[in-house]
Design a protein around this ligand. Sequence first.
Ligand code: UTP
Length: 226
Amino acid sequence: MANKQKIVVISLGGSIIVPENVDYDFLKKFKETIHTLKGYKIVICTGGGKTARNYIDTLKKGGLNDYAQDLMGIDVTRLNAKLVASFLQNCNQNIPTTLEEIAKLLESNNIVVCGGLSPGRTSDGTTAEIAEYLKAPMFINITNVDGLFDKDPKKFKDAKLIQKISHEEFEKIISKVKEGPGQHFVLDSFAAKTARKSKIRIIILKGTDNLKKCLEEKEFVGTIIS
Ligand code: UTP
């Protein structure tokens, strides 16, 4: 009998895919890594990054409401999803727009790429929703910092990486962060709450080497929230 593949849901930030221009070297390494991982079904949810924030800010200045800004953001996440899906190959080429479509695509693909699904979320929030819907035990957030720090590592040199933290403690930290369309923090409150409710382990890490180590159950640099 074939082994049942574990489902893992990955949030791939827009700032990782397109920091300024598309990061070709990252995508190349990501492709190599993702196709060598054995025993997993992987859903990758892409973020909108700078482009989304730039487009959202324009609509905001023009007086458009949060809903219109969110729809704009979602379209940008889907553009990034299309880029990642085309680049990766051997995965879905039409970007799903509902949880049901993602589940269906996962039946015939080991890798499914999607962007945002509904307004009022970030791609991290959507990734948590996907993990909950698919009953995935783990949600990995790939970011451009090593993980969660006790203070902002960009401002404080002595900031320490928190390797392990409970869902409850993590939510306390997040509750102090201001949120809105185009917002930016290591994870948002909706994602944290969804993961806590459904007992989904959250991993925050940087780079493909750590992703590979994490999924091969080796030691990696990052934060585990459980
Ligand atoms: P993200 O917040 O996902 O982009 O979407 P990002 O900045 O790349 O996030 P990181 O780097 O992954 O953390 C940008 C905006 O698009 C809208 C929201 O307004 C969000 O702030 N959006 C995105 C939604 O409304 N729903 C979604 O499911 C995804």
